[in-house]
Design a protein around this ligand. Structure first.
Ligand SMILES: [Zn+2]
Length: 320
């Protein structure tokens, strides 16, 4: 029988010292891999937070080998404000603060502590996301491509554990600069995958199941649970380049393409109208690809990123 500990995670940095992160630890009597799972880097992405909560009972009853640590809400300072995207202590997006630094701002120190303290001995780090207050995302999983083909293939197999419509194999332009946890891990030769599914600060059962089953499939693949992995039911198209499409104007936003849709270069994605109902701008696809997410608030501001577009890989030296 696995042992269970409901604990508070504290970090050594004085910047983080006032905070206590609820963490759920499960250890099987038989040795095996250690898996670290975090959610709530963006606190409105509650379908993934709910999955981290539900996962605790599932893991406690099913873990056969190794140990699991579950951190359901990383961005604790954001909770009272329901902050979108950022950590209110320093106004930074933790998702683009990895690997962080021990002498940086709050988000950078936290990112550093996540990698070098909490998950330092993890065989795999899983980061669950999905749809901030004004966002709808398709179901996708994501990992960082490197120059190490063996590592890339292992990370791809973890990304495939999630029943994704799309797998983002982040291209090498993301290496060597602050970014996602999975990028910082891959640069250090560590296995890490991120999953996206959910919308609008709502718990929806389908998105929660996507996250929950994805993590359980990782555990099945690592033989931490004695069950065969469940096969994917979605297409799992692999994309490399990840384009962000901005709104050229402020105004009322009318989307013409939904997350998961395949679009062609030049296709209309949205129009923006002014408050007189006049069309101010047309937003078209800069390339052919798949819509990863969109802003689904009816208002937009000039320069706001309103669509994420993934460009399918044509050449896949490491992950073919
Ligand atoms: Zn997120």
């Amino acid at each position: 029988m696995a042992t269970v500990r409901r604990d508070a995670l504290v970090f050594s940095s004085p910047v983080l010292a006032p905070w206590r992160w609820p963490v759920f630890e499960v250890a099987a009597p038989t040795a095996g891999p250690r898996l670290c799972i975090m959610a709530g880097m963006h606190v409105n992405e509650v379908s993934s937070i709910e999955a981290a909560v539900q996962l605790q009972a599932r893991v406690a009853s099913a873990l056969a080998r190794g140990s699991v640590s579950i951190l359901p809400i990383l961005n604790l300072p954001a909770l009272p404000y329901r902050s979108q995207y950022v950590c209110p202590v320093d106004g930074r997006n933790i998702n683009f603060s990895f690997p962080g630094r021990p002498d940086g701002t709050f988000s950078e120190v936290l990112a550093d502590a996540i990698l070098r303290e909490w998950s330092a001995d993890a065989e795999v780090l899983i980061d669950l996301h999905g749809g901030d207050l004004c966002e709808n995302v398709t179901k996708f999983s994501l990992f960082q491509q490197t120059r190490d083909a063996v590592l890339d293939r292992k990370n791809l197999s973890l990304a495939r554990c999630f029943d994704s419509e799309i797998i983002v194999a982040l291209d090498s332009s993301n290496l060597g600069r602050p970014g996602r946890a999975c990028t910082a891990c891959a640069e250090r030769g560590r296995l890490a995958v991120m999953a996206e599914g959910g919308a609008n600060g709502l718990i929806d059962a389908q998105s929660t199941r996507f996250h929950l089953n994805g993590v359980l499939n990782v555990m099945r693949t690592l033989k931490m649970i004695e069950e065969p992995p469940e096969p994917a039911t979605r297409a799992q198209t692999i994309v490399g380049e990840y384009l962000w499409i901005d709104s050229p104007r402020a105004g009322l936003l009318y989307a013409r393409a939904e997350p998961g849709a395949r679009v062609t270069k030049g296709q209309q994605l949205a129009i923006v109208k002014d408050t007189y109902g006049q069309v101010e701008a047309e937003i078209v696809a800069p390339a052919s690809g798949l819509i990863l997410w969109r802003i689904n608030h009816g208002l937009t501001t000039e320069g706001e990123q309103i669509f994420g577009l993934g460009i399918p890989l044509t050449k896949t030296p490491n992950v073919a």
